[in-house]
Design a protein around this ligand. Structure first.
Ligand code: NAI
Ligand code: MG
Length: 490
C-alpha cells in the first residue's frame, strides 16, 4: 500500500454537540462517543451521545417550528429560497465538506468532491424548485358542493440515515421534507456524524428558522429507536439494513407511523456476449468497487455470459490490480478504508466463506496494510447461486462472478433473491435489454451504464429492498398528507 503524506489539510472540526431548536447543546446525559478516522483507526473527536431525552427535546422544537414559528406561516416560494441558499453555502464550502466527509467516512476525496458533494447540491436545488408547486385538485362531486384538495406537510419527519453517503443521505431526506414544509429530527449514523452537524449549521446560516432542522447524534437502539417511538414524530424515513427496518416497523406499530425504507440489495449485473466489453468491464468494476463496495445498489452478482467469460474476467482482474488503494485524503487514491472495524470484520468473514465454499479468489482477499480498515479489491470467480457471497449483502470490495448460458435462464436467476433494489444489463441488442428491464424485479434498471443517479429519477426497492421511493417527484408524497375540503354551495 502506498504511503503518502497528507496532500489535503485535515478539516477543522467545528461541531460536536446536538443541534436542537437552533442551539448547539450537550446531550442531557452529558455522554459522548468517539467518531473514528477509518484510515488510521484513531479517534477524530468526541460527539454528544443523544438518547430519548434529547430526541424528545428535538421533537418539541420541531413541533413548535411546525405549528407556531415563522416556518409555519412562510410563503412556499420563500421556503424554496432558503433551500437554494443552503445549496449555495454548501457549494462555497465544497472542499472543506468533502474533506470532512473523507476524514469521517474514509471515502476517497476525489469521490467526495466529484460525486457526493455535487449530488447533494443538485438534490437540494431540485427540491427547492418544488416548494411552491404543490397543487391540489378541484374535484367534481355529486350535488351542489365545491370539493378541493390541499397538500399539507405530514408534520415532524424523523429521519435515520446510514454512514455510506452521510451528506448525500441527509440531502435525499431533507430535500423533499423541507420542500413539503415539514420539520426534521435527524439521527445521523454513529460512524459518521460530523458532516451532518456541519450541514445543520449551514442551514442556520442560510436562514432556516430555529427548530426546522434538528440533529441528534447517537446510536440506533437508543437515539434511533426513540425517534421511531416518539408520538410527536409523524413519519419515519430510514436508510440502512433490512434487519434494522424490521425492528423499526415493529417499534412504529404502536403509533402507526408512516414509513419509508431504502434498504440493501444483491443487485444482478448481467453482461451479454454482444456487449461493448470494455465499457461493460469498466461499468462492472465501478458498479461494485465504488465507495469501497459500500453501496446499497452495488452490482454484487455479476452474471457473465459463458462464451466471453474468460476474456471478460481477465479485464476485471486487471482493473482491480490497477486500483490505487491508500490514504483517502490523497487526491490520487481510488479506494479508501471500510468505514469501521465491524464492517471490516464482516467483509473478511465473507471472503473466508467464499474461499471455504469453493469460489475461486483471482485477486485480493487480504487486508491491505497494517493500519486502517483497508481491504484489497477482491474478485471471486466460479461463484454459484447458493453460495453465501452470492446471496447475502457483503457491502465491501468483493466482486462475485457467476456464469450464465442464455437469456432464458438469466431472468429467473437474477430474480432469485429477496432483494430488489437495482439491476443492470450490458448488451447491444435493444430487444434483450428491454426484456431484462421489464422482467427483472428491481426498482432501478441500468442499461449499458451503472450507478447513474439523478435527483429527478426515483430510486428505491422492490421486495425487501424497501418501501416507497426517494428522489424525483415521487419522494414528495412521503412528506405530504392530502386533505379533502368540501363546501356546500347552497
Ligand atoms: P444499520 O441499519 O444498523 O444502521 C443504519 C442507521 O440506522 C444508523 O443511523 C443506525 O444508528 C440506525 N439504527 C440502528 N439500529 C436502529 C434501531 N433499532 N432503531 C432505529 N435506528 C437504528 O446498518 P449498520 O449496522 O451500520 O450496517 C449493517 C449492514 O447494513 C451493512 O453491512 C450493510 O449490509 C447494510 N447497510 C445498508 C445500507 C444501505 O444503504 N442500504 C447502509 C448501511 C448499511
Ligand atoms: Mg446495525
Amino acid at each position: 500500500m502506498a504511503t503518502t503524506t497528507l496532500p489535503i489539510a485535515p478539516p477543522q472540526i467545528r461541531h460536536q454537540q446536538c443541534f436542537i431548536g437552533g442551539q448547539w447543546v450537550d446531550s442531557v446525559s452529558g455522554k459522548t462517543f468517539a467518531t473514528v478516522n477509518p484510515a488510521t483507526e484513531e479517534e477524530i473527536c468526541q460527539v454528544a451521545e443523544g438518547d430519548a431525552e434529547d430526541v424528545d427535546l428535538a421533537v418539541q422544537a420541531a413541533r413548535n417550528a411546525l405549528e407556531n414559528g415563522p416556518w409555519a406561516g412562510m410563503d412556499a416560494r420563500d421556503r424554496g429560497g432558503l433551500m437554494y441558499k443552503l445549496a449555495d453555502l454548501i457549494e462555497q464550502e465544497l472542499d472543506e465538506l468533502a474533506a470532512l466527509e473523507t476524514l469521517d467516512n474514509g471515502k476517497p476525496i476525489r469521490d467526495a468532491r466529484a460525486a457526493d458533494l455535487p449530488l447533494v447540491i443538485d438534490c437540494l436545488r431540485y427540491y427547492a424548485g418544488y416548494a411552491d408547486k404543490f397543487h391540489g385538485k378541484t374535484i367534481p362531486v355529486r350535488g351542489n358542493f365545491f370539493t378541493y384538495t390541499r397538500r399539507e406537510p405530514i408534520g415532524v419527519a424523523g429521519q435515520i440515515i446510514p454512514w455510506n453517503f452521510p451528506l448525500l443521505m441527509a440531502a435525499w431526506k431533507w430535500g423533499p421534507a423541507l420542500a413539503a414544509g415539514c420539520t426534521i429530527v435527524m439521527k445521523p449514523a454513529e460512524q459518521t456524524p460530523l458532516t451532518c452537524l456541519r450541514l445543520a449549521q449551514l442551514a442556520q446560516d442560510a436562514g432556516f428558522p430555529d427548530g426546522v432542522i434538528n440533529v441528534v447524534p447517537g446510536f440506533g437502539p437508543t437515539a434511533g429507536a426513540a425517534v421511531v417511538k416518539h408520538p410527536g414524530v409523524d413519519k419515519v424515513a430510514f436508510t440502512g439494513e433490512y434487519k434494522t427496518a424490521q425492528i423499526i416497523m415493529r417499534d412504529a406499530a404502536e403509533t402507526l407511523k408512516r414509513l419509508t425504507f431504502e434498504l440493501g440489495g444483491k443487485s444482478p449485473n448481467i453482461v451479454f456476449a454482444d456487449a461493448d466489453l470494455e465499457a461493460a468491464a469498466a461499468g462492472a468494476h465501478f458498479g461494485l468497487f465504488f465507495n469501497q463496495g459500500q453501496c446499497c445498489c452495488a452490482g454484487s452478482r455479476l452474471f457473465v455470459e459463458e462464451s466471453i467469460h474468460d476474456k471478460f474476467v481477465d479485464k476485471l482482474v486487471a482493473l482491480s490490480k490497477d486500483c490505487k488503494i491508500g490514504d483517502p485524503l490523497d487526491p490520487e487514491t481510488q479506494q479508501g478504508p471500510q468505514v469501521d472495524k465491524a464492517q471490516f470484520d464482516k467483509i473478511m468473514e465473507y471472503i473466508d466463506l467464499g474461499n471455504r465454499q469453493g469460489a475461486q479468489c483471482l485477486t485480493g482477499g487480504q487486508r491491505a496494510g497494517e493500519r486502517g480498515y483497508f481491504i484489497e479489491p477482491t474478485v471471486f470467480d466460479a461463484v454459484t447461486d447458493d453460495m453465501a457471497i452470492a446471496t447475502e449483502e457483503i457491502f465491501g470490495p468483493v466482486m462475485n462472478i457467476l456464469k450464465f448460458k442464455d437469456v432464458d435462464e438469466i431472468v429467473d436467476r437474477a430474480n432469485n433473491t429477496f432483494y430488489g433494489l437495482a439491476a443492470a444489463v450490458w448488451t447491444r441488442d435493444i430487444g434483450k435489454a428491454h426484456h431484462i428491464a421489464r422482467h427483472v424485479k428491481a426498482g432501478t434498471v441500468w442499461v449499458n451504464c451503472y450507478d447513474v443517479f439523478d435527483a429527478a429519477a426515483p430510486f428505491g426497492g422492490f421486495k425487501m429492498s424497501g418501501i416507497g421511493r426517494e428522489l424525483g417527484e415521487k419522494a414528495l408524497d412521503n412528506y405530504l398528507e392530502d386533505k379533502t375540503v368540501t363546501v356546500a354551495l347552497d
